[in-house]
Write a protein that binds this ligand. Structure first.
Ligand code: ZN
Length: 459
């Protein structure tokens, strides 16, 4: 504990020391206080290595070219920047960059082309930048745990990209790519160069994001260590997308908006691939003049709509495009519900209902008997129904009435993966107490949401 505290103190002192340099540095109209590269940009500005434009902007997304790169690296390394003759036909001695270009060439950091040109205006890719920085800062260490999906051993920059990542100068992207062919913009260059110059800016490789996951429960404790005996630092909720630094046993070290700590892996799921391309239709049964089932002072239409809106929230948080057949207490004919689903190109249809008639418990329906049994959307509908039913039964404390075939209009006619849930019986006093509780309906919406996630793990 003592050691940890001491390191924290040293870090804090260094932070003050480092920030004191920045005080009074220029601010730019297009670099907000929360901008990801703000500190690195201001650090380089304070050192006179980079500057903004006369209109007060920094243009963080503008690509950097070879001349600008040579100047900034030259200033960072305090090379001789005095304008002079160069080896290149296209860099005259009067060019703003001639001195730094010539020095960088003499230092072996940058080279020209075989035709005797330097091509000063040519933009620099992320892989070219890696080569320049690895040479300029004489990086030597490599690590065999660093592998990017889009960087191959045959690439000229392969070792340089490994070196700058090993040094904590680059991290790559959360999806495991480096994007070597992407042009380096002024913000990224500032981050790379600040980290090269000052280790305070470098990224701890143990905190390199290796995955993104979605929290599948509300109130998940983020703990100081990998076990329930460690204290909770805070909580994350259902649908939150967290960055994972590492997996250790059954735990994961995560970061959610600055909250860092350990969560149990049972409560996070990998995001569904291409979740943003899914279009899911949620159909709150009945509405308006059609109350649906009635009992114990409750109207089915209201329970269906409330659960629908809760489910919509969870799906949207996961990035799904959601279409609802109704968002208010209005009457909609069954064929119009199908039309809404088809017109919006839905690929999944979830109809939410409440039962009556003297039973109790939860059941889920799919359409599968007549028509075209065995076709893929019917198999998928059955699977989806099973997965949602399983989640509901485990979370809702109701009797399991099972998954059933049902010849309902909305299931039969829409031709997409479809299910209809009957949450419980409104005329059963025990079920009605649950149906009437907002907390229980929230759980019901979570159970349906998790069933949908389970489905997309399979399809
Ligand atoms: Zn109904």
């Amino acid at each position: 504990m003592f050691k940890r505290g001491l390191i924290g103190l040293v870090t804090l002192l260094l932070w003050f020391a480092h920030n004191s340099v920045i005080v009074g540095a220029a601010t730019f109209s297009d670099v907000s206080d929360t901008y990801r590269a703000k500190e690195e940009i201001e650090y380089l500005v304070s050192k006179g290595i980079i500057s903004g434009f006369s209109d007060g902007s920094f243009r963080p997304n503008q690509g950097v070219n070879r001349a600008e790169t040579a100047v900034m690296i030259g200033k960072a390394l305090k090379l001789n920047g005095i304008k002079r003759n160069t080896n290149f036909s296209d860099v005259s001695s009067s060019s703003f960059a001639s001195g730094y270009i010539q020095s960088a060439v003499e230092e072996g950091i940058i080279t020209g082309y075989g035709d005797g040109t330097f091509r000063p205006g040519k933009t620099v890719t992320r892989s070219e930048m890696s080569i320049l920085l690895a040479r300029a800062f004489m990086l030597t260490k490599t690590s065999d745990t660093i592998n990017f999906n889009d960087v191959y051993p045959s690439s000229a920059a392969y070792t340089s990209i490994n070196k700058i990542t090993t040094a904590g100068i680059s991290t790559g992207y959360a999806n495991g790519t480096f994007r070597p062919s992407t042009i380096t913009n002024r913000a990224d260059f500032s981050v790379f160069l600040a980290r090269s110059l000052n280790s305070e800016f470098r990224v701890d490789n143990n905190k390199r994001v290796i995955a993104e996951e979605i929290v599948n429960v509300n109130g998940l404790n983020v703990r100081t260590g990998p076990g329930t005996s460690y204290a909770s630092k805070g909580k994350v909720n259902l649908g939150y997308r967290v960055s994972v630094y590492k997996y250790t046993g059954t735990w994961a070290l995560i970061n959610y908006k600055g909250l860092e700590g350990y969560v149990h892996q049972d409560y996070i799921n990998p995001p569904i691939a291409d979740m943003s391309k899914k279009i899911i239709v949620i159909d709150a049964g009945h509405g308006g003049t059609d109350s649906g089932a009635v009992g114990n002072g409750l109207l089915e239409k209201n329970i269906n709509l409330d659960t629908t809106l809760r489910l919509e929230k969870h799906l949207k948080a996961a990035g799904v495009k959601v279409v609802t057949t109704r968002k208010t207490d209005v009457f909609i004919e069954l064929p119009n519900r199908v039309k809404i689903a088809k017109d919006n190109k839905g690929e999944m249809f979830i109809s939410i209902h409440v039962n009556s008639g003297g039973g109790h418990g939860t059941e889920t329906y799919y359409y599968g008997s007549a028509g075209a049994p065995g076709t893929s959307h019917i198999q998928k509908s059955k699977k989806l129904s099973e997965l949602i039913q399983k989640r509901m039964v485990s979370m809702l404390g109701t009797t399991n009435r099972g998954v059933k075939e049902g010849n309902f209009h909305v299931l039969r006619e829409n031709g997409m993966t479809s299910t209809l849930v009957e949450l419980g019986f409104i005329d059963n006093s025990s079920d009605a107490r649950k149906l009437g509780s907002a907390a229980w309906r929230e759980k019901a919406s979570q159970a349906i949401y998790l069933g949908i996630l389970d489905f997309y793990k399979l399809y």
